[in-house]
Design a protein around this ligand. Structure first.
Ligand SMILES: N[C@@H](CCC(=O)N[C@@H](CS)C(=O)NCC(=O)O)C(=O)O
Length: 217
């Protein structure tokens, strides 16, 4: 069913790294959306009706199409408008491969590092070291270029940054003591980036009948 409002609709959760990736993509594209902040423990039935798998982010386009995988949201948005060239065709396959590695192996170890008390097979340090395998890949890329895949930002940077942030925030002291100076600097620059700060704007959870919240650059 097509939408009656003037904007695509984004269901989001501020602290979710997948949703951060989506919001960053929308901001870099300058695509405005209606934003509905959700609470994971109390997902709105309106969201579940369009995306029964129940994960955020979910973007519903004006024609009713639903995009329910975070990595596809920046791609859709930047296909509308990409002034900074984040979809740089030369590195796109590499960007997708790196994001797949992030969402697969790295996220697996990140969850265990973060919630080591729920995964007693290995120690927290061992989980961290497994996660560091991906951090070493990123460090090596950043030793060659300012951003992951070149001298300008690509979807790899915005797709991966929220997860490195989450890894770092498990224990900031430990993270900033690791031998990854380029990665630490890259992360710090992202944390200070105006569009990241904007992506982290706080919104009250949405309820039926609320005034429209427009999320835009
Ligand atoms: N593959 C999905 C994963 C999204 C995801 O797992 N999001 C988490 C929040 S960070 C979620 O919604 N989990 C559902 C829940 O906790 O109930 C994507 O990339 O969009």
């Amino acid at each position: 069913m097509s939408r009656t409002s003037s904007y695509p609709l984004l269901y989001s959760f501020r602290r979710c790294p997948y949703a951060m990736r989506a919001r960053l993509g929308l901001l870099f594209a300058g695509v405005s959306v209606e934003l509905r902040e959700i609470v994971l423990k109390n997902k709105p039935p309106q969201m579940l009706a369009i995306s029964p798998k129940g994960t955020v982010p979910v973007l519903q386009l004006m024609d009713g199409t639903v995009i329910e995988e975070s990595r596809e949201i920046p791609v859709w948005a930047l296909e509308q408008n990409d002034p900074q060239g984040l979809l740089n065709a030369k590195v796109l396959p590499e960007a997708h491969a790196l994001i797949a590695q992030n969402d697969g192996e790295f996220k697996h170890w990140l969850d265990r590092y973060k919630y080591a008390d729920r995964h007693l097979e290995m120690t927290q340090t061992e989980y961290r070291e497994q996660g560091e395998v991906f951090l070493q890949v990123l460090e090596s890329l950043l030793s060659k270029n300012r951003y992951l895949l070149g001298e300008s930002i690509t979807i790899a940077d915005i797709g991966i940054m929220p997860f490195v942030r989450q890894f770092a925030h498990v224990d900031r002291e430990v993270f900033y003591d690791l031998p990854y100076p380029k990665l630490q600097q890259w992360l710090q620059e992202w944390l200070d980036h105006p569009l990241f700060l904007q992506a982290m704007t706080k919104f009250a959870p949405w309820q039926e009948g609320d005034e429209l919240v427009v999320f835009s650059a």
